[in-house]
Ligand binder design. Structure first.
Ligand code: CTP
Ligand code: MN
Ligand code: MN
Length: 341
């Protein structure tokens, strides 16, 4: 399973999308199994396992390792791209550019006067140790309390909901994701700005990248799959005091610090889009992809973070809860913790 993720990532770096997806699928399928694969025969009836995938599995079962995977792991380019993209704000394109310039380590990058880091990347390097360390459930809870206080000072009518991996019941995450909105349509636009201001005033804001809404009902439905939705959102780095965390911080900071930096994402859709946003942001990415595919191929419907569109009836289907969306799709409700694969 880990082997498939290595392969998927490698094909992603090399822009071979089909193969990347195939290995992601395979990893998901194996993850969802209640038993461990001990022979190739046992995988006969499983979906999404192609020839290449099976060949890798056979190798691992036989030799305890895969030569293709080992080659990738020891490959300098792959290791370097992995290192660079682990920095907040550094995507595959920037990583590749740096690699091509002959840079191989963080100190190589930071020592290059010709390289201009944007604000996000500067914060990424500055807080690298903290934000590359997993966030615990207790830390996520403490972040939730901070956001909740900020939101409710601004407006008592606000709705704040945890989403992302922690909503799926994960014990650790790379960030904490929230949806905030208000029943007063249109008012949600200023909500994020006010939250950011409040966090800043409290001295809790280490970084923020705010993206205003580009949501336009008249442009729906979208036939293209877009990686990002159009709602107002912000990517933050917050300062979390250990004293706010039940049981204290994940791990002592080593340098005697009583706080850590935490990545937080907030998205703020209009209230009538809440259910679609919740379904989209709860993830997992693979679950979302498969659900959208199912909607498209089995139901002739287009699903994204904004809406559900019935192509046969040529109309949008409304939903106030995730369950409404599953109903429209003719599916039984799937609990968030069952959406991990
Ligand atoms: N997402 C999205 N639009 C974005 C960002 C994220 O729809 N602009 C969705 C992703 O598809 C994902 C979910 O929001 O399903 C959460 O994203 P992320 O925080 O990256 O992943 P998690 O599943 O929360 O995992 P982790 O614990 O690593 O944070
Ligand atoms: Mn997350
Ligand atoms: Mn996130």
């Amino acid at each position: 399973m880990d082997a498939f993720e290595v392969l998927a990532e490698n094909y992603e770096f090399n822009d071979i999308e089909g193969r990347c997806l195939a290995f992601r699928r395979a990893a998901s399928v194996l993850k969802s199994l209640p038993w461990a694969v001990r022979s190739i025969g046992a995988t006969q009836d499983l979906p999404c396992l192609g020839e290449h995938t099976k060949a890798v599995m056979k190798e691992i079962l036989q030799y305890g390792r895969s030569f293709e995977v080992e080659k990738i792991l020891s490959d300098e380019r792959c290791q370097t791209l992995k290192l660079f993209t682990s920095v907040f704000g550094v995507g595959p394109k920037t990583a590749e550019k740096w690699y091509r310039r002959g840079l191989r380590s963080f100190s190589d990058v930071l020592a290059q006067p010709a390289i201009h880091l944007n604000r996000m990347q500067q914060s990424g390097f500055l807080h690298y140790g903290d934000i590359s360390r997993a966030v615990s459930k207790a830390e996520a809870q403490a972040v939730g309390n901070i956001i909740d206080e900020a939101v409710h000072v601004i407006t008592p009518n606000a709705i704040l909901a945890l989403t992302g991996g922690f909503r799926r019941g994960k014990d650790f995450g790379h960030d904490v994701d929230f949806i905030v909105t208000t029943m007063e349509l249109g008012k949600e636009e200023n909500l994020l700005i006010s939250i950011i201001q409040s966090l800043k005033k409290q001295g809790l804001l280490l970084f923020s990248d705010y993206q205003a809404s580009t949501f336009d009902l008249s442009k729906l439905p979208s036939h293209r799959f877009e990686a990002m939705d159009h709602f107002a959102k912000c990517f933050l780095i917050l300062r979390l005091e250990g004293s706010r965390v039940e049981g204290g911080l994940q791990r002592a900071q080593g340098d005697g610090r009583e706080w850590r930096a935490v990545r937080v994402d907030l998205v703020s859709p209009p209230a009538d889009r809440f259910a679609f946003t919740m379904l989209g942001w709860t993830g997992s990415r693979m679950f979302e992809r498969d659900l959208r595919r199912f909607a498209r191929l089995e139901r002739q419907m287009l699903l994204d973070n904004h809406a559900l569109y019935d192509k046969t009836k040529k109309e949008f289907l409304t939903a106030t809860t995730e369950k409404d969306i599953f109903d429209h799709l003719g599916l039984e409700y799937i609990e968030p913790w069952q959406r991990n694969a």
